[in-house]
Ligand binder design. Structure first.
Ligand SMILES: Nc1nc2c(ncn2[C@@H]2O[C@H](COP(=O)(O)OP(=O)(O)OP(=O)(O)O)[C@@H](O)[C@H]2O)c(=O)[nH]1
Ligand SMILES: [Mg+2]
Length: 346
């Protein structure tokens, strides 16, 4: 999963990136700057690994990209190109001001900042869609692409992003190639000052995020950067002292999962214990396809047990005798934490 850290110049993107990348690492300067991969913490994976002693343990991994704002034009060709490759957008909004970084005229306004970036993205998509439609009009083309583009344009004209536009399968495929930026699942990150950590800074942003249907994380990038330099036990101590329940890393991972509406399921065995991400509501056969296309093609049944039940039983044998291991068909909707074993035949 690829997450792009984006926002206006000076919002704290690189500081946040360094907090995620951990001690010592800095983002190289340049256009589409640093990338760091972080493991999604999952205690279930660790505990299962302790039982199966597999050769390999694989957590879900998220790559965070520090994307240059490309000011003065927020959506420069380079930043647009970088955005098109990400699955989730972590939009950093400025919520701090100090002697070195005075608030802009009119004061800090993260809601306005969010709306400004949103509008820029919608406008950029609108121009792309318009251009294509003009061409199609000349060529007198009227297919799924034409229909889908009109649905998209209708939204853009209402200043709405593509994010939650539902389209038929062929329309969705027709639009995929455009890589519209307003369709990217988004997560808001309010970068507050050290003094804004306790209590809810800029409460008005909570409502704006909710009405846009995007998750919101409040953090102080600068403090998180300092925390990332510490040893693990020191980190826990420091978080507690600052009144921070969870590190930025953990909350951003959670936020990215929420933005994508992902859940995790697990596979276990002597070779590998592994966590996988799928969209909430995915069926067993879709989850099988996530592992390997052969498993999807030859899918017969899935053996399923919740990791909670399994960890309570301690072994598959015990889980079976207790009737906790179920056989599920193609249409079974996978739940977060399910341990899945696919029976297949090609
Ligand atoms: N007080 C305070 N300063 C911060 C915080 N986050 C970032 N800064 C400072 O704000 C300045 C800009 O931060 P950056 O992380 O470089 O911002 P950026 O979004 O990467 O900026 P560009 O790459 O220029 O677009 C730096 O001097 C940071 O130290 C914060 O939470 N509190
Ligand atoms: Mg930067």
């Amino acid at each position: 999963m690829d997450v792009g850290i984006f926002g206006k110049a000076g919002a704290g993107k690189s500081t946040l990136f360094r907090a995620l990348a951990g001690a010592g690492e800095t983002a190289p300067q340049g256009k589409n700057v640093g990338v760091c991969a972080i493991k999604v913490p999952d205690a279930r994976v660790d505990r299962l690994s302790g039982i199966f002693h597999p050769k390999k343990t694989t957590h879900i991994s998220i790559a965070f990209h520090d994307i240059d704002a490309g000011e003065p034009d927020l959506l420069s060709p380079a930043s647009l190109a970088a955005l098109r490759d990400v699955e989730v957008l972590a939009l950093v909004l400025r919520g701090f001001a100090d002697d070195f970084h005075p608030a802009p005229p009119g004061g800090l306004n993260p809601v306005a900042e969010f709306l400004e970036i949103s509008s820029a993205m919608i406008l950029s998509d609108y121009l792309v869609a318009q251009k294509r439609v003009e061409r199609m009009t000349k060529e007198a083309k009227r297919d799924a692409e034409w229909t889908a583009l009109h649905k998209a344009i209708e939204r853009f004209e209402r200043e709405a992003p593509l994010r939650d536009l539902s389209l038929a399968g062929d329309e969705q495929r027709a639009l995929a190639g455009f890589r519209f930026v307003s369709r990217i699942p988004t997560l808001l990150v309010l970068n507050v000052g050290e003094d804004g950590l306790r209590g809810e800074a800029h409460p008005e942003l909570t409502g704006a995020a909710a009405s846009a249907g995007v998750p919101l994380v409040r953090l102080c990038a600068k403090v998180e950067e300092e925390i990332a330099q510490l040893s693990l036990p020191e980190q826990a101590e420091f978080l507690k002292e600052m009144g921070i329940a969870q590190s930025a890393r953990d909350r951003l991972v959670r936020g990215a999962f929420d933005a994508m509406q992902y859940i995790s399921f697990l596979t276990v065995g002597e070779d590998e214990v592994r966590a996988w991400n799928v969209r909430r509501g995915s069926t067993a056969v879709a989850a099988a396809g996530r592992i390997h296309s052969d498993l999807e093609k030859g899918f017969i049944r899935a053996e399923v047990i919740s990791s909670e039940d399994f960890l309570r039983c301690g072994s598959m044998g015990k889980a079976k005798t207790e009737g906790k291991l179920r056989l599920e068909g193609k249409e079974y909707v996978v739940k977060d934490g399910d341990i899945v074993h696919v029976r297949f035949n090609l």
